[in-house]
Design a protein around this ligand. Structure first.
Ligand code: NDP
Ligand code: 1BO
Length: 317
């Protein structure tokens, strides 16, 4: 029996609330990270085509299944459709490629990674001669029809969204035959997302918190950005509960019934990030964490895309 609590999607399937993130994990590191995570007890791995390490994640999963440590059905695997595959006809082939890399027959949860579409082609980040991103003219509602096809073909158990704002979620709900089960969004005390979470809850959509530790290794970090793990009020709670700042941040999400996917390639951190089931943060201390919300708290603002028609962060939530 896994220690990790689960919640149910509206389609009746179980969703484990704690998993391992893999963005920025180098291919040569991610295989060991996933194997260590499974040995420690993780049963949820968050992946994406654009992380360019799904082949190595797949090797780790295959090894642990072959060793008999887990069966396929014990592990919850998420992947995400990249922005160059938004045309409806490209979605099933994109998922088939991801499944081939992961060496899996099906994915537990497939997400549209971003509402914005990029120009189709071989480049993950297609740039024009002026160095500016080349966008596609597709719509995410068209993409959703391809996502639904993935479920109908048995390639995805559940489908969902990532980085969608409330209006964009409503656009999907308005045309969906199969409704999204999840929205994966940046979420931590500096960006607590309480309004978007409330909106998702009202639509029966679960939420996953990405960058729950403030993504200290993100490539777009600047010296002026706030550093969540150094936050004095967080450090005070860490001392009070005799838990690391990372453990407090992970537990914060679990107590909100939000999925949480901290990334690490360091075995000791993968282990300690899982040791969060032996304490409870009091409601007063949850209020302190919630009070840290700040207007400049978003770490993945992706301002370079702000003029894109589907850029998600131009409205309040
Ligand atoms: P996180 O907030 O998970 O932070 C990861 C960083 O924290 C790494 O540098 C890691 O170092 C370090 N770290 C991990 N554990 C600890 C610890 N206990 N103490 C101190 N430092 C620690 O950032 P991510 O942005 O990676 O977010 C997590 C996951 O969410 C991603 O990996 C990805 O799977 C997903 N994601 C999804 C996005 C989307 O658009 N849908 C966007 C961003 C993330 P080290 O690895 O060296 O141990
Ligand atoms: C552009 C960053 C995506 C990470 O999921």
């Amino acid at each position: 029996m896994s220690k990790v609590p689960t919640i149910k999607f509206h389609n009746g399937l179980d969703y484990p609330l704690l998993g391992l993130g893999t963005w920025k994990s180098k291919p040569q590191e991610v295989c060991n990270a996933v194997k260590d995570a499974i040995d420690i007890g993780y049963r949820y791995i968050d992946c994406a085509h654009v992380y360019q390490n799904e082949t190595e994640v797949g090797e780790a999963l295959a090894e642990k299944i072959k060793e008999g440590v887990v069966k396929r059905e014990d592990v919850f695997v998420t992947s995400k459709l990249w922005n160059i595959y938004h045309r409806k006809e490209l979605v099933v082939p994109a998922l088939k490629k991801t499944l081939e890399n992961l060496k899996l027959e099906y994915i537990d949860l497939y997400l549209i990674h971003w509402p914005m579409s990029f120009k189709e082609g071989d480049e993950l980040f297609p740039l024009g001669p002026d160095g500016k991103m080349l966008y596609g003219d597709g719509t995410y509602t068209d993409t959703w029809k391809g996502m639904e096809e993935c479920v109908k073909l048995g390639l995805a158990k559940s489908i969902g969204l990532s980085n969608f704002n409330s209006k964009q979620i409503q656009d999907i709900l308005d045309i969906a035959e199969i409704k999204p089960v999840n929205n994966q969004i940046e979420c931590h005390p500096y960006l607590n997302q309480s309004k978007l979470i409330e909106f998702c809850k009202s639509k029966d959509i679960t939420v996953t918190a990405y960058s729950p530790l403030g993504s200290p290794d993100r490539p777009m970090a600047t010296p002026d950005d706030p550093v969540l793990l150094e936050e004095p009020k967080l450090k005070a709670l860490s001392e009070k509960y005799n838990k690391s700042p990372a453990q407090i941040l992970i537990k914060y999400q679990l107590q909100r019934n939000i999925g949480v996917i901290p990334k690490s390639v360091t075995k000791s951190r993968i282990q300690s990030n899982f040791e969060v089931f032996d304490f409870t943060i009091s409601s007063e201390d949850m209020d302190i964490l919630n009070s840290l919300n700040r207007p400049d708290g978003r770490m993945l603002l992706l301002k370079q895309h702000a003029a894109n028609k589907d850029y998600p962060f131009n409205i309040e939530f």
